[in-house]
Design a protein around this ligand. Structure first.
Ligand code: GRF
Length: 217
């Protein structure tokens, strides 16, 4: 078996996606090892999840950094020190500088709780409900300097119900996120997806030929 890819997860809060990644990576056959959890918030609950799993943590506060570049420089240093090869953003609420994003091109991924390119930015579930779409979902994508853009690696769809509110839709979407992110990281760490000319290029991918209907067909 080839060596597991040393992966850092960047968080700012709850860390439920981090938890899903930790659990997936516990499988000896998983291609990524969660080698570091880094937060910009010292009391982010996700840090406790990492500690419980015996994963090293670091806090790099954005406060005290005059510029984005200086904050990112400290993150870069931490990642290098730990020999990190892949980076997953999982509820990391800071925008990374263009320099950082370019340094990690093809090795830096993010999860967003909508079917991108629809509903970028914040208050995603509010946007989804306001638009009245019947299907929403989540997306894992390569990170590029433009927010919530970048080549899409994987998506999962969830139905939107007439009586949904932001909380119920967020919970349904989050369940899908917890399945999607480990799948996407495995594809990247296992060399089954790579960024090529701004697109995700796959090798040996099983295709899902079924359709999701809402209302049910
Ligand atoms: C998730 O909904 C993710 O899609 C978004 O931020 C949220 C993070 O949740 N980017 P958690 O910290 O992983 O629980």
């Amino acid at each position: 078996m080839t060596a597991k890819k040393r992966t850092a997860i960047l968080i700012s809060g709850r860390g439920s996606n981090l938890q899903a990644l930790i659990e997936a990576a516990a499988d000896p056959a998983y291609s990524a090892q969660i080698a570091l959890v880094l937060s910009n918030v010292a009391d982010a609950p996700g840090l406790a999840r990492a500690a419980t799993a015996g994963i090293p943590t670091k806090t790099v506060s954005h406060r005290g950094h005059a510029t984005r570049e200086s904050f990112d420089g400290e993150i870069e240093k931490a990642l290098r020190q730990d020999g990190i090869e892949l980076v997953c953003l999982a509820g990391f609420m800071r925008v990374l500088s263009d320099t950082f994003v370019r340094n990690w091109e093809g090795r830096l991924i993010n999860i967003h709780p909508s079917l991108l390119p629809a509903f970028k930015g914040l208050h995603v579930h509010r946007q989804v409900l306001d638009a009245g779409v019947r299907i929403s979902g989540c997306t894992v994508h390569f990170v590029v300097p433009e927010i919530d853009s970048g080549a899409i690696i994987a998506q999962a769809a969830v139905p939107v119900f007439a009586d949904d509110n932001e909380e119920t839709l967020a919970a349904r979407t989050l369940d899908a996120e917890h399945r999607l992110y480990p799948l996407a990281l495995e594809l990247l760490a296992g060399g089954r997806v790579a960024l090529e000319n701004g697109r995700a290029r796959f090798t040996g991918m099983p295709a899902n030929t079924g359709a999701l209907f809402n209302p049910l067909a």
